[in-house]
Every structure is written in structure tokens, then in C-alpha cells.
Design a protein around this ligand. Structure first.
Ligand SMILES: CCCCCCCCCCCCC/C=C/[C@@H](O)[C@H](CO[C@@H]1O[C@H](CO)[C@@H](O)[C@H](O)[C@H]1O)NC(=O)CCCCCCCCCCCCCCCCC
Length: 492
């Protein structure tokens, strides 16, 4: 392999280096040009007390990308990215949620973005759904209503009809666990349903079927014409038993992994349906709690076969890791997913803390995660679709530089050890609306001044370091930029 023969490990020429964003986090223009209301518009406007930031912020204007397409293209070109990840807003494209009206202004905006990227040889990778469900569909039950699989396929068809002649890499859904568990099981994300152990499980089944419908639609009708590839994005943070010799900790780790990852990945990439151990656990708990059937729904044999194998690759979002234990587990709500797992999560004080309370720097977590995924799903191609470090305002972001280099080194090491990793997208291109944390957690390679109506952008040190890595396709730990000035290089 070329990876092992190089004295300094280098990324191959066809490895995609990118950066990412999501519509609600950057676009703004929340009610302009015919856009419909999303569950995040509703959450921020009507339930602000649920926000962690408690500052009344919202994505109404965000980074104002809807009005600053040229600026976004400029910074992507300055960085020399091979690829840019962005999402399409379902309520911007289909204001009612259904294809009865298709918003021409949305088609125009995404067409312009895609065309500009291609003009500069930047490969678009498009997320079809990154959390901004039309509120009208949530009023009908959202992801807990089995009809959503059909609604999502209808939406995906409009997306493919308009953009698949130019977009070759598709991500159906971003982070099922965060959608279902944090949004339907908790109040940490929209729609804040707070019905864990029931709504999150209904969501999980409907979501993987929706994904499979979009995948099969693409494969039968668009792939023969355009030859693209379709995947789904999971959040995969690294977990190991706190005490590797404890059978109880090992079981808690397995069940926790299945609850947060396996119930989404196994139906598509594994042996079909929900994972066996977790299904048995929830069935036992449900019976003991007086439910007439398991709270975890079942797949029919036909559904299992329809979903199984519905992928061309797996997108992986990775930020951190935790240790899992069955000891001193808090009294979780009953029923709830956490109660079903019987697990508690621990982090160590010596791991560096980011601005986001849930991200600590667990050494080597990305390498370990990639190795585990590579061995669980041999032959599958992977992309790191998100990885990043949150800080605060300021341009000299040395922690982010260190984290970036370390994570890219772990990618190189994983590939050298046989993992089929095809690309890496840092999160994120620019500062953006960080969900329940508002503008308090900054992930951007570019800083955005949210106080200024023009939303000016300024490169951080990490932007220059990432640019150098992309250009040389290697990690030079001694590289330090002379200044923080960014320009577009010849050929970009
Ligand atoms: C008695 C027990 C009560 C149980 C309460 C359960 C609470 C669960 C807490 C779970 C916290 C973990 C949240 C992590 C979410 C991330 O996976 C997710 C990643 O999303 C992607 O990342 C980008 C950066 O965030 C984002 O911009 C991008 O769009 C997206 O694709 N991130 C989010 O969902 C953002 C909002 C998270 C809100 C979390 C609130 C955390 C509250 C405090 C947690 C304490 C930390 C404990 C650490 C260990 C826990 C796992």
C-alpha cells in the first residue's frame, strides 16, 4: 500500500479533504423567499427556555449563508478544499413539507451553490436531511409516524430530480441517534418530545426505512444515469468498558453501543433488524414494566430485507469518547433508553475539555473507532463526515490545531491498518448556530462576527494549518503560518 511505503505517511491524491455545514446552522433567511417553518424554527421561537444557552438566540440569521454564497465559495477556495459538505433545507425546498409546491427560489440557491463549487473543481457532498424537519410534518407525528418514510422519499425524489445530474455524493440523514434520542427521547433537540424508551424507538425504525427508500429510489432511477453514491451519517464516539475485566461493564458497553449506534447501523450494515441483545433487553424490560409488547418495534422480514444493504458507504461523525460502566448507575427515568442500557458514561479529568460540555479529548478515540468499524463492517467504505473541536472567539486556536493534526494522524494510522477511509470533513467551515448552545460554542475554521449584520468572516490559525495539510497531503507538525492572511491559490 502507498500508505506504508512513504517515509512520512501521506494522504493519497484521491482522498477527499473537506469541511462541513448544515442548512439551519448557517443559512439564516428563516422565513424568506417562501421557506416553510422547520421544527428548529419552532423550537427556538416557541420553546426558548429549553435552550442550554438561554440567550434567546436562534438560527434566524445564523451565518447568513443564504445571502453570502460568494463569500462561502471564496473561503472554500482559499482553503483549497477538495469537497464541501452542506445540507438542503427540506422546508426551504418544500414549504408545506410535501411536493405539492416546490420552491423555485430554493432550487435557484442550491443550483448556484452546486454550480459554483463545480466551477472550481470542488466536489459537493450533500446531506438531504440535517435535522430541520418541516413543522407541518412534525404536527403529524414527524419521525414517529410510519408515513414519514414515504414523505421523505417524496422529498428525496425532488432533490434527486433537481440536483443529481451534478451531485455525486449523497448523505441521506445526519445522525439518526441525535434525531431520535436527543430530539424525541429528550428535550436537547427539536422537537423536544421527551419520550425516551418509546418515541426514540419508533423514530429509529421509521428513519432507517426512510433512508432505505431514498437509497433504493436513487439506485433504481438515478444511479444508472449519473453513477453517484449514497450513504448515511452516524455519530460514532468511542466507548470502552471502564473496567475491561468486568462482565457487567462489558455488557453495559455492548448495550450502550447498540442503543446509540447499533439500532441504526445494524438494520442497514449488519445482519438486519435491531441488534439481538438489545432487542432482548428491551423486550424483557417492557414485559416487566407491564407493556403488552416490546417498546422496541419489530421489522417484518420484508422490511428487514428492504433495509439491509441499502448503502454505498458509511459517513461517520466523531468527536470524543467515554468509558462505560454498570456500577453506580443513576436512577434513570422508566421507561427510557438509558434505563434499558443499564449503563453510565464516565470521562476522565485529565482529558482536555472543549467549550462543548460533551466533547473532551479522549486520546486515540478516532483511531480506535475507525478500527472497530472497519472490523465490524469489512469491505465498507468510510468517510469522516464530521470531526472538530469547539472553542470560543479568537483567531489563534491552538487547541483546534492540535486536535485537527492528531485526528488526521489517527486517520492515516487507521488507513495504514487497512480501514477503507476515503475522506475527511472537518466540522466546520465557519462558526455557525450550534443548536441548543446558540453561538456559544465555536467550531469554525473561519470566525464569524455574529454582532455585525454583515457577518464578516476571518480565518483562524487552524484554517491555515488545514490548508497546508491539504496542499501537501501530509501533516507537518513544525508548520506555523507566518500570518493569518488567506488568499486563493493558483488553480483553485
Ligand atoms: C440522570 C440522567 C439524565 C440523562 C440525561 C441524558 C442526557 C444525554 C446527554 C447526551 C449528551 C451528548 C450530546 C452529544 C451530541 C452530539 O453527538 C451531537 C453531534 O452533532 C453534530 O455535531 C456538531 C457539533 O455539535 C453539530 O454542529 C452538527 O450539526 C451535528 O451533526 N451534537 C449535538 O447534538 C449538539 C447539541 C448537543 C446538546 C447536548 C447537551 C449536553 C448537555 C450536557 C452533557 C454533559 C456531558 C456529559 C458527557 C458524557 C455524556 C455522553
Amino acid at each position: 500500500s502507498p500508505w506504508k511505503e512513504e517515509p512520512v505517511k501521506k494522504f493519497p491524491e484521491d482522498f477527499l479533504f473537506g469541511a462541513g455545514s448544515a442548512a439551519y446552522q448557517v443559512e439564516g433567511a428563516w422565513d424568506e423567499d417562501g421557506k416553510g417553518e422547520s421544527i428548529w424554527d419552532d423550537f427556538m421561537h416557541n420553546k426558548p427556555w429549553l435552550m442550554i444557552a438561554q440567550d434567546g438566540s436562534s438560527g434566524d440569521v445564523a451565518s447568513d449563508s443564504y445571502h453570502n454564497l460568494e463569500r462561502d465559495i471564496q473561503i472554500i477556495r482559499e482553503l483549497g478544499l477538495d469537497s464541501y459538505r452542506f445540507s438542503i433545507s427540506w422546508p426551504r425546498l418544500l414549504p408545506s413539507g410535501f411536493p405539492d409546491q416546490v420552491n423555485e427560489a430554493a432550487i435557484q440557491y442550491y443550483n448556484n451553490l452546486i454550480n459554483e463549487l463545480l466551477k472550481h473543481n470542488i466536489e459537493p457532498i450533500v446531506t438531504i436531511y440535517h435535522w430541520d424537519l418541516p413543522k407541518s410534518l412534525q404536527d403529524l407525528g414527524g419521525w414517529t409516524n410510519p408515513n414519514i418514510a414515504q414523505w421523505y422519499e417524496d422529498y428525496a425524489r425532488i432533490v434527486f430530480d433537481n440536483f443529481s445530474n451534478r451531485v455525486k455524493l449523497w448523505l441521506t440523514i445526519n445522525e439518526p441517534n441525535e434525531i431520535c434520542y436527543l430530539g424525541y427521547g429528550h428535550v436537547l433537540e427539536a422537537p423536544a418530545l421527551n419520550a425516551s424508551g418509546i418515541a426514540d424507538y419508533l423514530c429509529a425504525k421509521n428513519l432507517v426505512i426512510a433512508h432505505a427508500r431514498a437509497y433504493r429510489l436513487y439506485t433504481s432511477q438515478y444511479k444508472p444515469l449519473h453513477g453517484g453514491r449514497v450513504g448515511i451519517v452516524f455519530s460514532a464516539n468511542w466507548h470502552v468498558p471502564l473496567n475491561p475485566d468486568s462482565e457487567a461493564d462489558k455488557l453495559a458497553d455492548t448495550l450502550h453501543f447498540q442503543a446509540k449506534f447499533g439500532i441504526y447501523a445494524n438494520p442497514i450494515f449488519g445482519y438486519g433488524g435491531f441488534p439481538k441483545e438489545y432487542s432482548e433487553r428491551v423486550a424483557e424490560k417492557s414485559a416487566a414494566q407491564g407493556f403488552p409488547r416490546s417498546r422496541l418495534p419489530e421489522f417484518s422480514e420484508e422490511e428487514k430485507q428492504f433495509v439491509l444493504g441499502s448503502y454505498d458507504f458509511m459517513g461517520v461523525n466523531h468527536y470524543t469518547g467515554q468509558l462505560v460502566t454498570a456500577e453506580n448507575v443513576p436512577e434513570y427515568a422508566v421507561p427510557s433508553l438509558l434505563d434499558d442500557t443499564g449503563a453510565d458514561l464516565i470521562t476522565l479529568d485529565e482529558w482536555k475539555q472543549s467549550t462543548s460540555p460533551w466533547i473532551k479529548w479522549m486520546p486515540n478515540s478516532l483511531y480506535n473507532q475507525l478500527l472497530e468499524l472497519g472490523s465490524l463492517y469489512p469491505g465498507v467504505d468510510f468517510y469522516i463526515t464530521e470531526n472538530g473541536w469547539s472553542g470560543s472567539t479568537g483567531l489563534v486556536d491552538d487547541d483546534r490545531v492540535d486536535y485537527l493534526r492528531s485526528c488526521l494522524q489517527q486517520c492515516l494510522d487507521a488507513v495504514a491498518d487497512g480501514v477503507r477511509l476515503k475522506g475527511y470533513y472537518t466540522w466546520s467551515l465557519m462558526d455557525s448556530f450550534e443548536w441548543a448552545f446558540g453561538y456559544g460554542a465555536r467550531f469554525g475554521l473561519y470566525e464569524i462576527d455574529f454582532e455585525d449584520p454583515k457577518r464578516p468572516h476571518t480565518p483562524r490559525k487552524s484554517a491555515l494549518v488545514y490548508k497546508h495539510i491539504i496542499k501537501t497531503r501530509a501533516i507537518d507538525y513544525d508548520y506555523a503560518p507566518d500570518s493569518l492572511v488567506m488568499t486563493i491559490d493558483e488553480g483553485h
